[in-house]
Write a protein that binds this ligand. Structure first.
Ligand code: KG4
Ligand code: ZN
Length: 346
């Protein structure tokens, strides 16, 4: 089954074709992402109306480009998957409207995909041997969640952030030290020049039991440290390093706790912050110590993309799930409410 995937939940237009006849990374026939970063940079954050308008401009050309790179035409498609939420309502409606109309015109089924399920399943696209149960750490600009994955489509929320998401904390911290939007990757790059231990920040909520997170206080600690400092380049790098260490340690401590609570040794990491090199190294170290494993998608599939939507949609389409004919999106959408994916017996 060849499935076109469309992602437009925020500031990236993503399109991909996934072919279930070729399991694993080979199934990804083509994928392309157009990032709106430059468009939003001057505002210091995503402007929803501008995001929607840009998806309108970019989506159709990107679909043509992706099909061309895959050597396919619309007639070769067996289904269309689109992100129906969570995300910005206008942006979601662009993808849902195009996907639903295309599926209607081609007389193929459409399926609505949960953006975070897309992130969560991306590591399975890379490694078909990876099987549930496992614990997933979802760390993006909008979410920080620990999820118990009992089976594909069966998700239990184990813990989440009470305020800022990890990516949001990276972005806001970068901004307050004068780095351009989106600051996460830039802060991480700066931290590489920073010296460990010069600035020591708290590991929030690790001193008590539980799997929830809170990152907003950390940002305030950085603000105070930055204000009282000489604001030199080296200090900025040292603070970036101190901040990154605090976030990574906190995530690592909670991941270990979640694995212990779930009685499992497989950790799957997804979402934009999953591209962070030092987080990857730290979690690999933890997995090695407990004789378990940690799986990440390649960095390009950690941040928003159409491949994860095509892949998650293909699994649901193969299980017989279909979206109705109405163009329907859910800006807020609880992942635990998703229907299970029962693969049809061969
Ligand atoms: O998953 P994603 O592309 O979009 C959302 O669904 O939110 O995640 C974007 C987030 C941003 O906050 C960005 O700053 C962060 O991921 N991010 C990083 C890195 N690369 C992206 N944070 C830390 N280190 C990175 N290398
Ligand atoms: Zn995302």
């Amino acid at each position: 089954m060849r499935v076109l995937g469309i992602e437009t939940s925020c500031d990236e237009t993503g399109v991909a074709v996934y072919d279930t006849a070729r399991p694993g990374p080979e199934g990804l026939r083509a994928h392309a992402v157009y990032s709106q970063i430059a468009l939003h940079a001057e505002y210091g954050g995503v402007v929803p109306e501008l995001a929607s308008r840009d998806h309108v401009r970019k989506l159709l050309p990107l679909i043509r480009q992706t099909l061309g790179e895959a050597g396919l035409t619309t007639a070769d498609l067996d289904g269309v998957a689109y992100t129906a939420g969570p995300g910005l309502v206008g942006a979601l409606l662009v993808g849902a409207g195009v996907a639903r109309s295309l599926a209607w015109a081609l007389d193929v089924p459409a399926v609505a995909v949960h953006h975070m399920e897309g992130h969560l399943l991306a590591p399975l696209l890379e490694d078909p041997e990876l099987k549930a149960p496992f614990v997933a750490l979802l760390v993006s600009g909008g979410h920080t969640q620990l999820v118990g994955v009992d089976a594909i489509g069966q998700y239990r929320l184990l813990g989440e952030t009470l305020d800022d998401a990890a990516g949001e904390a990276f972005d806001k911290t970068a901004k307050l030290m004068g780095l351009p939007y989106p600051g996460g990757p830039q802060l991480a790059a700066l931290a590489e020049q920073g010296r460990p231990g010069v600035f020591k920040f708290a590991r929030p909520m690790t001193d008590r039991p539980g799997l929830d997170f809170s990152f907003s206080g950390l940002k305030t600690q950085v603000l105070l440290a930055w204000r009282d400092s000489d604001q030199s380049e080296q200090t900025r790098a040292d603070i970036a390093r101190g901040f990154e260490d605090a976030v990574i340690d906190t995530l690592a401590i909670k991941c270990q706790r979640a694995l212990d609570a779930a009685g499992c040794d497989t950790l799957v990491v997804a979402g934009g912050v999953g591209a962070n090199k030092r987080l990857r190294v730290k979690l690999e170290e933890i997995a090695r110590k407990r004789d378990g494993r940690v799986c990440f998608p390649r960095p390009a599939l950690c941040t928003d993309n159409g491949a994860m939507i095509a892949f998650a949609g293909a699994l649901r389409l193969e299980a017989g799930q279909r979206a109705g004919n109405a163009v329907h999106v859910q800006p807020r959408w609880d992942m635990a409410s998703l229907p299970a994916v029962q693969t049809v017996a061969a």
